[in-house]
Design a protein around this ligand. Structure first.
Ligand SMILES: Nc1ncnc2c1ncn2[C@@H]1O[C@H](COP(=O)(O)OP(=O)(O)OP(=O)(O)O)[C@@H](O)[C@H]1O
Ligand SMILES: [Mg+2]
Length: 326
């Protein structure tokens, strides 16, 4: 049974008094211990999906529909207090920007300790001892000293590690990481990704990795969901997605990142146009105006998400021909 089962999740915002569908019937599952990627360009609905799962979208004016089953409990139906208890205890979240996620006027140690006090009922001294261990575990050097420091005294990489420590404080069964490495330089990025990988593999924590960077999911995720304009357009096991992407959008994304495993000298491909060129899903495939493989049948009616190769799924009328990976 999946740990998390997101069914037909939609989020509609009111923008300038008009409804705007940011997430449009997204379904996916996460098994215990599995690492699942949510990938797509800026604005495709990745963060809104994770905020909806965590119940962190402002309720006023916005409509969130569908089901978010965690252990068979629909998180969308929980009262705010019940949801707050679940967050932190069962589900941890790491946000994109470590500086704005930490409180600037509270020492780091106390910020980690507070989570333990709140969710595990630990006393201050015990919580601080545990916080020290956690900082140590995420590779923050000299944790005893760092406990007393404020966020601005830490480097970007260390702040991100601190956030991971906070997210892990209550040993959540699911960790949602929204672009956890985008604000960091490349070497620190690699360290953080290695750290996450070790955590997932070592503790059986499930992970949802949200990123625009296919390079990030390549080393980390078992299954990858590619989002476009609020909908899943392709889902596949990592090996299949990288070996034989079927959706022209996935294909385009892959061709636009440098890879070490393909011949050198080729030019990087760019997907033409921008998300502003999309057509509404109700009128066909939203990606059609930018697609290299567009045919007449792509326009006219909504394209369904259909089962594909080895348990994957695909929403495309004219997919890239399949080269079966080994
Ligand atoms: N509170 C809000 N009110 C109205 N529209 C919103 C709100 N939050 C997000 N949006 C819109 O929803 C769409 C999806 O946003 P989202 O933040 O999920 O994108 P994203 O995939 O996370 O992109 P990025 O890679 O830039 O983080 C965007 O068009 C965004 O402008
Ligand atoms: Mg985002």
């Amino acid at each position: 049974m999946p740990l998390l089962d997101v069914r037909d999740l939609s989020v509609v915002f009111q923008r300038d008094n008009k409804p705007f569908t940011a997430v449009d019937g997204v379904s996916f599952t996460v098994e215990p211990g599995q690492a699942v990627g949510l990938v797509g360009e800026s604005g495709c609905g990745k963060s809104v999906t994770s905020l909806a799962i965590m119940g962190l979208l402002p309720r006023r004016g916005n409509k969130v529909t569908g089901e978010v089953l965690f252990d068979d409990t629909d998180l969308l139906k929980l009262r705010p207090q019940e949801l707050r208890d679940r967050r932190g205890r069962d589900i941890g979240m790491i946000f994109q920007d470590p500086l704005s996620s930490l409180n600037p006027v509270i020492p780091l140690g106390l910020q980690v300790a507070e989570v333990l006090e709140r969710h595990q009922g630990k006393k201050r001294q015990e919580a601080l001892r545990e916080a020290r261990k956690l900082l140590d575990a995420v590779g923050i050097p000299d944790p005893t000293r760092r406990l007393k420091e404020f966020p601005h005294q830490l480097s970007g990489g260390m702040r991100q590690r601190a956030l991971i420590a906070i997210a892990l404080a209550c040993k959540p069964r699911l960790l949602i990481a929204d672009e956890p490495t985008t604000a960091l330089d490349v070497t620190i990025q690699a360290q953080i990704l290695t750290l996450l990988k070790e955590l997932v593999e070592g503790s059986g924590t499930a992970l949802i990795m949200i990123t625009h960077d296919l390079g990030v999911v390549a080393g980390l995720c078992d299954t990858v969901n590619v989002l476009y304009a609020g909908k899943v357009v392709e889902r596949a096991a990592r090996h299949d997605l990288f070996g034989a992407p079927r959706h022209p959008y996935t294909h385009g994304l892959l061709q636009s990142v440098p890879r070490l495993d393909v011949e050198r000298g080729g030019r990087l491909h760019q997907i033409r146009g921008s998300v502003n060129d999309n057509i509404p899903w109700s009128e066909g495939c939203a990606f059609a105006p930018r697609c290299d493989r567009v045919i007449d049948a792509c326009i006219g009616e909504t394209v369904p998400l259909e089962p594909a190769f080895r348990g994957g799924a695909l929403r495309c009328t004219n997919p890239v021909p399949q080269e079966v990976p080994a």
